[in-house]
Design a protein. Structure first.
Length: 406
C-alpha cells in the first residue's frame, strides 16, 4: 500500500511525501526511521494510487533504468555508499512521481539493513527485468556492483537507442502510407461519385479503367462506415488474441520469422539481445544454465525464447549449448553462423568475449539492413502514391479525351 504523509524532518523543514508499507503502523514506523516527525499519515486514494492498486507494479522505462544504473555506478566508483547514492539520485526525479516513489521505497529497505538486491526484490512499486536484479545480486557478492551497473546502463541505453532508431526510421514511411491511403479512399469515396454523374449522361461505352474506378468508388461510398467498423473490429480482435492467447501470439511470431528480410532482422535482433545479456551475466559469474534462462526471458519472440529455454534443459543434462541449438526438431533453424560461433566459444572457453562480439556484429548488421530498406522504401512509396492517384485521375479523364477525339 502507498501512504502519503506530512511532517517535519530533523532540520525542522516541512516535508510531504509518499511511502510504501504493508500497513499504517508499518508506514509510521518507517517514517520515524527517517527521523521525521509526522503530522498526518493517510493511505493514498488518488487516481495515481488506483493505478498501483489495479496494476500493483509499473514498468520503469528503459531510458530511466539506464540513466539510474549509470548514475549509481558513477557515485559508487567515487566511494559513495549505495544508500547515499540513492539519496542523491532521488533529487533528480522530483518531477517523476513513480521513480521518486520507487527510489524512496528502495532507500527505506536499505535503511532497514537489507542489501541492494533484496531491497529491489522487496519493493512492490515497480517491476524490474529479472536479468537486471540477478546481475545486481551476483555483482554485490563479487564486489563489482559499479562495473555491472555501468554494463547494464550501456546495454539498456543501446536497447533504447535501437527502439528509437526503428521508430524514427519508420515514422516517415508510415506517415506516407497512411496519407496515401487516406487520399485514395477520399477520392474514391467523395470525389469519384461526384464525377460519375457526368459520365451517366454520355451515350458511349466507358473505358475499362474508368469502369474499375467507378466501381471502386461506388463500393467505398456505399460501405464506408461498414469498412471502418470492420477495420476497428479486426484490430481490436487481433490485439485481444495477441495479448490473451499464447498459441495465437506464438503463431504470429513464427509467421514473422518466416517473412523474407523482416524475419532475418527479427531473428538477429533477438540473438543480439540474448548474446549481450548472456555475456554480461557470464562476466558476472552467473552459472551458464541460469545465464541461458535469464537471457532467454528478455526475448520478445516466443519461438526463439522457447528454443533457448529448451536448450537450457539440454545443457543441464550435459549437452553443449551449440549442440542443443542445432536440434532440427525445434521448429525453426537459428542462424548457422550464430551456432558455429557458440561452438567455437565453448571449445576455446571464450564464451563471454564471443557472445559480446556476436551482439555487436548483429546490432550493426541490422542497422545496415534497416538503412538499406528505408533507402529503397521511400522512392517506392512515392511511386505508389503518385501511381495510385495518377491512375484514378487518368481513369476519370479518359472518357473526356475520348469525347474530344471522337
Amino acid at each position: 500500500m502507498i501512504f502519503k504523509y506530512k511532517g517535519v524532518d530533523s532540520l525542522g523543514k516541512k516535508v510531504s511525501d509518499k511511502i510504501e508499507a504493508g500497513s499504517l503502523s508499518e508506514a509510521k514506523s518507517k517514517i520515524r526511521a527517517k527521523k521525521i516527525i509526522y503530522e498526518s499519515v493517510n493511505e493514498e486514494t488518488s487516481t495515481f494510487n488506483k493505478e498501483f492498486i489495479l496494476n500493483r507494479k509499473y514498468k520503469i522505462s528503459t531510458k530511466d533504468l539506464a540513466s539510474l544504473s549509470r548514475e549509481l555506478s558513477m557515485y559508487i566508483r567515487s566511494g559513495i555508499t549505495i544508500v547515499s547514492a540513492l539519496k542523491i539520485v532521488q533529487t533528480h526525479y522530483e518531477k517523476n512521481k513513480k521513480m521518486k516513489l520507487f527510489l524512496n521505497t528502495v532507500s527505506t529497505h536499505l535503511n532497514e539493513g537489507k542489501n541492494f538486491y533484496t531491497a529491489l526484490e522487496s519493493q512492490n512499486v515497480a517491476v524490474l527485468p529479472e536479468f537486471f536484479k540477478k546481475s545486481i545480486e551476483v555483482s554485490e557478492n563479487g564486489s563489482i556492483l559499479d562495473e555491472v551497473l555501468m554494463e547494464l546502463s550501456r546495454f539498456l541505453k543501446e536497447q533504447d537507442k535501437i527502439i528509437k532508431d526503428i521508430k524514427g526510421a519508420f515514422a516517415y514511411p508510415t506517415f506516407m502510407i497512411v496519407v496515401s491511403l487516406v487520399m485514395i479512399v477520399f477520392m474514391l469515396t467523395f470525389v469519384v461519385p461526384q464525377i460519375t454523374g457526368i459520365f451517366e449522361s454520355m451515350d458511349q461505352e466507358l473505358p475499362t479503367p474508368t469502369k474499375v474506378v467507378i466501381a471502386m468508388g461506388d463500393f467505398f461510398s456505399t460501405n464506408f462506415v461498414t469498412i471502418l467498423w470492420l477495420i476497428f473490429i479486426f484490430i481490436a480482435t487481433f490485439a485481444f488474441f495477441l495479448k490473451k492467447s499464447y498459441k495465437f501470439k506464438y503463431f504470429i511470431h513464427y509467421f514473422i520469422l518466416k517473412l523474407p528480410f523482416f524475419g532475418d532482422i527479427t531473428e538477429k535482433n533477438e540473438l543480439a539481445r540474448f548474446s549481450y545479456i548472456a555475456s554480461l551475466l557470464t562476466r558476472s559469474s552467473v552459472s551458464f544454465v541460469e545465464t541461458i534462462n535469464l537471457s532467454a526471458n528478455i526475448l520478445d519472440n516466443l519461438v526463439i525464447k522457447k528454443i533457448f529455454l529448451l536448450a537450457a534443459k539440454n545443457v543441464v543434462e550435459g549437452k553443449l549449448l551449440s549442440d542443443a541449438l542445432n536440434n532440427k526438431n525445434l521448429g525453426i533453424d537459428l542462424d548457422y553462423a550464430f551456432i558455429q560461433s557458440i561452438a567455437l566459444a565453448e571449445e576455446t572457453s571464450q564464451v563471454t568475449n564471443v557472445l559480446s562480439n556476436i551482439a555487436e556484429l548483429y546490432f550493426e548488421e541490422n542497422r545496415d539492413k534497416i538503412n538499406i530498406l528505408l533507402t529503397l522504401l521511400e522512392p517506392a512509396l512515392m511511386l505508389f502514391v503518385g501511381g495510385s492517384i495518377g491512375f484514378i485521375v487518368a481513369a476519370m479523364l479518359l472518357p473526356i479525351f475520348s469525347m474530344s477525339i471522337g
